[in-house]
Design a protein around this ligand. Structure first.
Ligand SMILES: C[S@@+](CC[C@H](N)C(=O)[O-])C[C@H]1O[C@@H](n2cnc3c(N)ncnc32)[C@H](O)[C@@H]1O
Length: 233
């Protein structure tokens, strides 16, 4: 074996290439690259109206819980985080025409379906493009499970909530993991896990099992976490 072969054998592999500096459009960290993949996947999923519908029956308990916990929304500002096609925001707006309702989603293709009257913003829930203490109510339905950086997303939702504001997260219970096929990045949550994350920012935090229909007992798949941000004295 000559010296060149020997060097080849012991030379460290080249480090992964960083994108050229100045190319701000290219994702840089692994999380950013994954988020880009997630965005593309939901852009594609927006064509699938059967599995990603743009409307929801307002009698479904997930909608009813939001309406009940938030109360009357006239002149209140509300943010739907990971709103998809805005099916929840649509009902909230129909029932509260004077509310200022916003939908944020990473997928611009999803946002195209959000009905008129709801303001939309493209962005990631891990870096919400809103000032602190902007909204009276914030909610996320089956979207936190795609956030990857879960603690960051929870902190962001609490940051944009006004003191005294109310937050709801509806998502799937980790104890039922495996019940459906899920993309590699998806996470489900243990009750105490999200309660703990929310308690870092909110004063009153609780969770409850929730079913689709009023007359059907919850089977444990869906949980709703409810929190109130401490009012300033
Ligand atoms: C299963 S869909 C739920 C949509 C809507 N909340 C609903 O219940 O109809 C998940 C949504 O989360 C969005 N999403 C995924 N990661 C996101 C992120 N980091 N920031 C904002 N939205 C995100 C997806 O684009 C998708 O629209």
């Amino acid at each position: 074996m000559d010296l060149a072969d020997l060097l080849k054998r012991f030379r460290k592999p080249a480090p992964p290439q960083e994108p050229a500096s100045g190319n701000s459009a290219a994702p840089r960290t692994l999380d950013e690259q994954l988020r880009e993949e997630i965005r593309r996947s939901f852009d594609e999923a927006s064509k699938d109206e059967e599995h990603f519908p743009s409307t929801i029956d307002p009698r479904i308990q997930h909608v009813q819980l939001l309406l009940k916990f938030f109360g009357p929304l006239a002149d209140k500002s509300v943010l739907d985080v990971g709103c998809g096609k805005g099916r929840f925001a649509r009902v909230l707006k129909e029932q509260n025409p004077d509310a200022d309702i916003w939908g944020l989603d990473i997928s611009e293709e999803m946002l195209r379906f959000v009905p008129a009257g709801i303001q939309t913003r493209a962005g990631s829930m891990t870096d919400l493009p809103f000032a602190a203490s902007t909204f009276d109510c914030v909610y996320a339905t089956e979207s936190l499970e795609h956030a990857v950086e879960i603690d960051k997303a929870v902190a962001e939702m609490c940051r944009v909530l006004k003191p005294g504001g109310r937050l709801v997260i509806i998502d799937k219970n980790a104890e039922h993991w495996g019940r459906f096929k899920t993309p590699a990045w998806e996470r489900w949550f243990r009750r105490e896990e999200l309660e703990g994350l929310l308690a870092r920012h909110c004063s009153e935090v609780r969770s409850e099992f929730i079913s689709y229909w009023e007359d059907v007992a919850p089977d444990g798949l869906f949980l709703a976490w409810l929190a109130t941000k401490q009012a300033t004295k």
